[in-house]
Write a protein that binds this ligand. Structure first.
Ligand SMILES: *Cc1c(COP(=O)(O)O)cnc(C)c1O
Length: 384
């Protein structure tokens, strides 16, 4: 039974995606390790159940943006290696070190802060140095490498840090831009080694690089969007990549009404019925992450038919035009899911909203009940 507002997450699809991706990126020697990116509540899918599923399917590492996200996984008794790579000036490095969360660090100041926090705890901080290789976001710039690596080598000899990894991130702008970033990254790795560091993890690729830029795979790949079954590419969909979309967002029709030709629909009457029409009310809106931008452009599935969203998407609800068809209050309406089953995809909604599928799934809000199918054990279902 569909709930009022529901995001059904198929954990078996996530497991299958991870196994498939490991095979695609793996070489004869087993290939790079897989780090499953579960930041932002696992792109809206639920961090803890996705993390457990990913690990059971062969992922060796979990990746998050913030330390708080890593601590949430630890509170759920997940003991696998975790890397967190985005920190504010007050980020709690001590809590991360105590919880054995690796710190992705982008500056000398962060490195010193991690070493100081480790010293207070009487332990060593496991760190992965993040290099700026083109994105102009986070990471130490080439002219900062010599000082950063020299300091890291000293701290490592003193037992205050362990430089476990070196990392960066690609822009996916073009093959030439990625090649330039790779060359820059290689210079960074060489410079780190020359300073006496011996990082065992070297990683650059997210999904796009892992799938299309083999030289970016190094010893680990950080896979986000693809484990959720979605494509990062404009020219390939989930099916082309052998992936199964894991999230389906659906709801129950809250009202059905017949209107006469000329009736206006929703705020500002941006749409009026051309002929007498049946309208159905869907109880999801922009508070639930349904993009207002897709007003009048997206479609939903009811039974075997597609119907257009008409008028403005509001905070809690929107209207679809059933034309001369009918429906009952309580009928299931599917906004998106696996297009192999005939429903619209998250990418269809992204296209309607002039956005990307990442944003569509990640923004599905707290009011939408998550329910889980499959997974590594029944325990996972019971805990959700
Ligand atoms: C979000 C993120 C990823 C995952 O990217 P996808 O395109 O979803 O695979 C990998 N690495 C870093 C640093 C990220 O911030």
């Amino acid at each position: 039974m569909t709930q009022f507002r529901e995001a059904v997450v198929d954990l078996d699809a996530i497991a299958a995606n991870i196994r498939h991706l490991a095979q695609v990126v793996g070489g004869p020697d087993g290939g790079p390790l897989v780090l499953a990116v579960v930041k932002a509540n696992a792109y809206g899918h639920g961090a803890v159940p996705v993390a457990r599923t990913a690990l059971a399917a062969g992922a060796r590492w979990l990746g998050v943006a913030d330390i708080q996200e890593g601590l949430e996984l630890r509170r759920a008794a997940i003991v696998a290696p975790i890397l967190a790579w985005l920190h504010g000036p007050d980020a709690d490095f001590a809590a991360a070190i105590a919880a054995e969360i690796d710190l992705g660090l982008s500056s000398l100041a962060q490195l010193d802060r991690a070493a100081d926090a480790a010293a207070l705890l009487g332990r060593s901080a496991a760190v992965q140095l993040k290099l700026e290789t083109g994105l102009s976001r986070n990471g130490a710039a080439p002219d900062e490498w010599a000082e950063l690596f020299a300091r890291a080598a000293v701290l490592e000899r003193e037992g205050r840090v362990h430089v476990r990894g070196i990392m960066s991130h690609l822009s996916n702008t073009s093959p030439a831009d990625d090649a330039e970033s790779i060359a820059c990254f290689d210079r960074g790795i060489a410079s780190a080694r020359a300073a006496g560091l011996a990082p065992e993890l070297i990683h650059l690729a997210a999904t796009a690089g892992a799938l299309r830029v083999p030289e970016s795979r190094y010893s680990m790949v950080r896979l986000g969007i693809a484990i959720y079954g979605l494509s990062p590419f404009d020219d390939a969909d989930s099916k082309d990549l052998g992936l199964i979309p894991a999230m389906s967002v659906r709801g129950q029709i809250a009202a059905v009404r017949r209107v006469a030709a000329g009736a206006g629909v929703s705020y500002d009457y941006t749409w009026r019925a051309q002929v007498d029409s049946t309208l159905a009310l869907v109880p999801l809106g922009y508070a639930d992450g349904i993009p207002r931008q897709s007003s009048g452009r997206a479609e939903v599935q009811m039974g075997t038919s597609r119907y257009p969203v008409v008028g403005r998407i509001a905070m809690d609800q929107f209207v679809v035009n059933l034309g001369q068809d009918t429906a009952e209050v309580g009928d299931e309406v599917v906004l998106f899911g696996d297009p192999a089953s005939g429903v619209p995809s998250a990418t269809d909604w992204a296209d309607a909203a002039l956005s990307v599928n990442y944003e569509i799934v990640t923004r599905i809000g707290h009011r939408v009940t998550r329910s889980y199918r499959g997974g590594p054990s029944t325990e996972v279902d019971a805990q959700q």
